[in-house]
Design a protein around this ligand. Structure first.
Ligand SMILES: Cc1cc2nc3c(=O)[nH]c(=O)nc-3n(C[C@H](O)[C@H](O)[C@H](O)COP(=O)(O)OP(=O)(O)OC[C@H]3O[C@@H](n4cnc5c(N)ncnc54)[C@H](O)[C@@H]3O)c2cc1C
Length: 436
């Protein structure tokens, strides 16, 4: 893949679009790798960077919690950073090296990190302006949803991925009457497969949650708020709170017309440099976090977006390192840093009721899974294979056994001799989200 020529620095410094985890980690990494010039961060939310996993767990279940309880610490080593919050980037000109925001201001940069993440997919049918319909991505969404999850409320959750399942567990604990409506046969079907998915279903049902498989929304009834939902199976459900949790879309609309390949997130190479629709890498435009789509040589050469908490950190660290080398102005060093292998080991976790799931790898690439330790109605470990290749492991409990796969995984996940050593997740997700 051809790289366009690096442009000389103007002193404008680094611009990061997206004031969240990947943006913050990119800024920290720029400093760690010696960049002392200006760093500005443009963020659409009013809030400084914060941690999203508690939004469907602790913050959703704890009255009074808000941004201060989930905010990331801004370390002294970050030095001076200009935070421009509550402003949306609306356009990128990678050749002029400018980003325009929704106030019309034009921000020049020598190097850019795109860290604009995702937003929830919309309700798949017309809401007709009804109230009582929620989505969950931001701390403000979480506070609004928490206020609606009153004991006895009829809560219908559309979607049975991680966020849908975690909201269901939290709502059930708060005394709501919870239904999950899913196009899948079991919860978390794509993420953890049939063995664990069936156990997750059993535990939801044991906690009073009703699961409607292979169903979707047909229509809504109510005025001015939703009162009932009608499913395409003909079932009608009482509904005070409808939560739409049917996946996410990358925030890339503002990049339309920039020439970047944004077919599904921002396509980047192993240095996280953006690739244009003409297949050229831009050395001064990088992407990190959920919005980036890249190949991971631990698995194969297929570029993918991966939406796990450890990857904004891994990609942010990498983006900061590559950009700092680029901005230092020594082409030989920049080229050496950019060609270092990048193969982060994905990791995710989920807490629902007394159940703690912890996984490494890409479980969803598997064509078969196998219980290798324990028993799923208590604690157990499942391995995931694509053909003979181990592509993932997930434990229900048994965290130390699952953690032990980190090293084993790097050795066994890729064909011998082709993969660089995996970089272990920067911090154990479980360390910041202790199992209940
Ligand atoms: C409710 C919830 C629970 C989760 N729980 C878990 C979990 O238990 N385990 C796990 O592994 N992962 C979990 N995740 C996933 C994890 O939180 C994400 O992978 C991570 O937050 C992604 O970080 P990011 O910085 O890439 O993107 P984001 O966090 O999406 O941040 C992107 C930021 O960019 C801003 N932005 C967007 N467009 C623009 C624009 N045009 N101009 C300026 N700013 C813009 C957005 O407003 C946002 O602030 C959860 C996610 C959510 C939402």
């Amino acid at each position: 893949m051809a790289a366009t020529e690096a442009l000389p620095a103007t002193g404008a410094g680094a611009l990061i679009v997206g004031a969240s985890m990947a943006g913050l980690r990119s800024a920290e990494s720029l400093r760690r790798h010696g960049f002392t010039g200006p760093i500005r961060v443009l963020g659409a939310e009013q809030h400084a960077p914060y941690n999203r996993p508690p939004l469907s767990k602790e913050l959703l279940s704890t009255e009074g919690q808000g941004h201060a309880d989930v905010a990331f610490p801004l370390r002294a080593s970050l030095g001076e950073v200009e935070w421009m919050l509550g402003r949306h980037a609306t356009a990128l000109d990678p050749h002029a090296r400018t980003v325009t925001d929704d106030t019309g201001a034009v921000h020049a940069f020598d190097g850019l990190v795109i860290a604009t993440g995702l937003r929830p997919k919309p309700l798949p049918i017309d809401s007709h302006g009804l109230g009582g319909i929620h989505r969950l991505r931001t701390v403000d969404d979480a506070v609004g949803l928490r206020d609606a999850l009153r004991p006895g409320a009829n809560v219908v959750i559309l979607g049975s991925g991680f966020i849908g399942c975690e909201i269901a567990a939290t709502a059930a604990k708060r005394g709501c009457r919870v239904s999950i409506v899913s196009q899948s046969a079991i919860p978390l079907e794509r993420a953890v497969g049939p063995l664990l998915g069936a156990e997750v279903l059993r535990r939801h049902q044991a906690n009073g949650v009703t699961f409607f498989p292979r169903a979707s929304l047909f229509s809504l009834v109510g005025d001015p708020d939703v009162e009932r939902v009608v499913l395409d199976t003909g079932v009608m459900l009482e509904c005070d709170v409808l939560v739409v949790a049917v996946g996410s879309d990358p925030n890339t609309e503002w990049l339309t017309g920039s020439g970047l390949d944004v077919a599904d997130g921002v396509l980047v190479n192993g240095a996280l440099q953006a690739i244009t629709t003409e297949a050229a890498a831009l050395p001064h435009v990088l992407a990190a976090g959920d919005v980036a789509r890249y190949a991971n040589p631990l698995f194969d050469e297929v570029p993918r977006r991966v939406e796990h908490w450890n990857l904004p950190t891994e990609t942010g660290k990498r983006a900061g390192q590559v950009l700092a080398a680029q901005l230092a102005g020594d082409p030989a060093v920049a080229a050496e840093v950019a060609t270092r292998p990048f193969a982060p080991l994905p990791s995710f976790w989920s807490d629902q009721y007394d159940m703690h799931l912890l996984a490494f790898g890409m479980t969803y690439l598997a064509d078969r899974s196998e219980l290798v330790a324990g028993a799923l109605d208590d604690e157990g470990v499942v391995e995931y294979f694509r053909g003979d290749q181990l592509v993932g492991v997930c434990g229900l409990g048994m965290r130390s056994v699952v953690q032990s796969y980190r090293s084993r995984f790097a050795a066994s996940a890729a064909p011998a001799g082709t993969a660089p050593a995996a970089s272990a997740p920067s911090a154990s997700p479980a360390a910041s989200a202790p199992a209940p």
